[in-house]
Design a protein around this ligand. Structure first.
Ligand code: ADP
Length: 461
């Protein structure tokens, strides 16, 4: 069944046609019975009328062609003499002259006959009426009863179509509510008016959403709990490694590799925790005005040694006017966002490269750009790099740089929490990537009281 609406309209119309048909057949039969008895009494009247014609009009011409009569006088020898007849009746008896109703065929038609015996006058009147006229009348009665219904069928179809459409409204509303749902929104679906028939569907859908929500929560908690639990053994490992390095300076190469491995593990654990904490449903924001230029300067200062180690130049450009580059945000989260973008620029730009950070005021917005002259990011990868654990060309990155593919997912989470938009383009250098994050300017952004709030499902509103 492709469409419930089409099915209901066709089924209702078919039922209507069937009911009308049965009613018409029944009506036809009762109309026929009515017509029969009406015509039969007319036939009797005609026979009585014929009795009065004796001698006056031996052959009458004036009668309608669908009736005929004969007037006979029975004789002592058993024969009968014709006294009068209509012009369409022959001179021989139309039927056997025994009283009562019967049928006869003459003049090319079938006739209903009535033989009337008048004993005191010794007369027999035969009256006949064409049966096709009777049927015609009954058919006309039926046709007149059915015709309005047949003509009204398209209108009924249209009305049923509209009524069924209205009745299916709650189904459409349910579909729209499910379609409009954000992918993170697992809150129960409610309808403006909820018909009883949809109770089961809604209960099942809402039950499924609740179970999914619980499962996602458990999965997220598991990852963050696991990462949290791993922190202590990793610290212990690092301490023991440090002791080993002191005791076995001759194994410095092997121990250095072990150190790198533990370092990477620690980075991964910290990234998983940062991702969990920057998820909208976990993020505990402390929004206040933040001067992005000053924040960028302090992050660069903190990371300066890493750029220096790789012989990279780093420059901070843009507006220093505090009012125009201030946004409403969480300083710690914004610092993480800038640090992740700068760490990537530092990792993926070859030694001796250039990195540019710009904080600029635009109409109603503050834009932070982090650009480099590294390998850049091809068009087809520009969306996917924000997915969790996605690294261009997989685990073994072309650059040989270690990473776990979570840095940009964290950046994206933080940007969303600040109602900021992030995009990747080609940098202003001959090669390289440019990450631009566009924040609503302080005057444009919501007041702290109306900043993203979490509803009871943990989603931001
Ligand atoms: P990670 O750096 O740990 O792999 P990210 O989520 O920070 O994870 O980055 C995802 C991927 O995006 C990286 O693996 C890298 O391929 C690409 N990428 C990020 N920043 C840059 C950049 N500045 N230049 C080139 N590629 C980049």
């Amino acid at each position: 069944m492709r469409s419930i609406r089409v099915f209901l309209v066709i089924a209702t119309l078919a039922t209507l046609v069937l009911v009308v048909f049965v009613a018409a057949v029944q009506g036809y039969r009762s109309s026929m019975a009515e017509a029969e008895s009406l015509f039969d009494s007319q036939l009797q009247e005609l026979a009585q009328f014929a009795v009065n014609l004796r001698g006056d009009h031996p052959i009458s011409n004036g009668q309608p062609i669908h009736i005929a009569y004969q007037l006979w006088q029975p004789q002592a020898d058993g024969s009968a003499t014709l006294l009068a007849r209509s012009s369409n009746a022959s001179s021989t008896a139309l039927v056997e002259l025994t009283p009562g109703f019967g049928y006869a065929n003459f003049a090319g038609y079938r006739w209903r006959t009535y033989v009337h015996l008048v004993e005191q006058d010794n007369l027999i009147a035969v009256a006949a009426a064409r049966t096709d006229v009777r049927f015609q009348l009954a058919e006309n009665v039926i046709l007149e009863a059915i015709l309005p219904v047949v003509i009204g069928l398209p209108l009924s179809g249209l009305l049923i179509w509209l009524i069924v459409g209205k009745g299916l409204g709650p189904l459409r509303e349910l579909a729209a509510r499910l379609r409009e749902k954000e992918y993170r929104d697992l809150s129960p679906v409610t309808l403006a008016t909820q018909p009883r028939e949809l109770d089961q569907v809604l209960n099942s859908v809402n039950g499924l959403l609740t179970r999914l929500n619980d499962a996602f929560e458990r999965e997220k908690r598991f990852a963050s709990d696991a990462a949290h639990e791993l922190r202590t053994p990793i610290s212990v490992l690092k301490l023991q490694l440090h002791n080993l390095e002191q005791q076995h300076p001759d194994h410095s190469e092997e121990l250095r590799q072990l150190h790198d491995g533990i370092q990477r593990m620690q980075h991964l654990v910290e990234q998983i925790l940062a991702l969990y904490r920057s998820a909208p449903e976990q993020f505990s924001a402390s929004f206040r005005p933040v001067n992005l230029h000053n924040l960028a300067a302090s992050v660069i200062a903190e990371m300066y040694a890493e750029f220096e180690t790789r012989g990279q130049s780093i420059e901070l450009l843009g507006d220093t006017d505090a009012a125009s580059v201030t946004v409403e945000g969480d300083p710690f989260a914004l610092q993480t966002l800038l640090a992740n973008l700068l760490a990537n620029a530092n990792k993926y730009t070859p030694a001796g490269g250039h990195i540019l950070v710009e904080v600029a005021a635009a109409a109603g917005a503050v834009i932070v750009r982090v650009e480099d002259n590294g390998p850049g990011i091809a068009g087809q990868d520009r969306e996917r790099i924000f997915e969790r654990f996605h690294r261009v060309s997989g685990d073994r990155h072309d650059s040989g740089q270690p990473g776990c593919g979570l840095g940009l997912a964290i950046v994206k989470n933080i940007a969303e929490l600040h109602q900021a938009h992030i995009e990747v383009t080609h940098s202003r250098f001959a090669s390289g990537a440019c990450f631009s994050v566009t924040f609503p300017a302080l005057s444009n952004s919501s007041s702290p009281a109306s900043l993203p709030k979490r509803d009871n499902t943990g989603n931001l509103s």
